[in-house]
Design a protein around this ligand. Sequence first.
Ligand code: NAD
Ligand code: UDP
Length: 319
Amino acid sequence: MKRILITGAAGFLGSHLCDRFIGEGFYVIGMDNFITGDKKNLEHLQEHPNFEFIEHDVTEFITIEGDLDYILHFASPASPIDYLKIPIQTLKVGSLGTHNLLGLAKAKKARILIASTSEVYGDPLVHPQREDYYGNVNTIGPRGVYDEAKRFQESITMAYHRFHGLETRIVRIFNTYGPRMRLNDGRVIPAFMGQALRGEDLTVFGDGSQTRSFCYVDDQVEGIYRLLFSDYIEPVNIGNPHEITIKDFAEEIIKLTGTSQKIIYKDLPVNDPLQRQPDISLAKKLLNWQPKIEREEGMRLTYDYFKSLSQDELYKSEH
Ligand code: NAD
Ligand code: UDP
């Protein structure tokens, strides 16, 4: 049985990846320190014979008993609210954490896939974003802690590949959503859906003309799975190219949820990218992958999940 370590396992993407790899017959070791994750996301795997969980901060030295065939490094705060609140931890998990995991991969002769992000393109001047675009990041802006940690992560990963011959893969993930996102993580989908469920107005930042392109989690997991087993070393965009302005998106959510609330406008966060859309030609060619789930269906599935949460969870707010 192949053994895989998944960091960030108690988070949104990490927990879905644990499910996928267990489903494919792997022995999965989940690792997390719960800084932005939730034990609840892994509850259903607790008794599974092919799953074990290690509570650990990956910025500290990592010890794993026995062999490892694969590592997926997904630990990192991912929502702007989270990484603005814990900027140093964000820089550390992308840099020191990645260094530890690359060292572990080298020691175990394991293949490692690193979760990078569309944020390496910053506020992009090229649209849509192809992998050969170098990006437009403000290193010293508030979002720089995340963007630069991820850019460093890509650099050190390529250095381990080139210098040590390590088997590495890099996925550049574009805005992905679905069940198990934290309702109060501040990202736009949980924010709008939470507001609709609580009977609050929907907060659009800026004038809402900025765009995003939202990918459903199952499509994202499929892309990551295929990339891990491909031969391609350099970064690959995985996301859904279906682009929408945030204002139009808020209107879609109002329609979907049937809320009688309206849109209100708040300040645009500093360096909030004005446009974002993945060019997925490379993933299509290399991995024969493209997203299958339309936004309408994905949003319905996600809203069903948020509706199923308790009142306590709906009103719990750390921010
Ligand atoms: P998430 O916050 O739900 O999950 C991240 C997990 O990492 C959490 O469970 C958190 O507790 C854990 N973690 C953070 N620092 C840690 C540390 N030092 N040691 C151990 N565990 C730690 O976020 P997510 O959306 O699931 O994102 C997962 C990964 O995917 C991140 O690396 C993120 O940068 C990347 N990503 C996600 C998106 C997206 O749209 N969801 C987009 C681009 C990139
Ligand atoms: N946004 C918004 N209202 C909210 C939360 C977010 O208008 O309550 C906007 C945010 O300014 C950004 C977009 O929605 O332009 C996506 O934000 P998110 O935090 O989900 O992720 P980002 O793509 O910025 O990392």
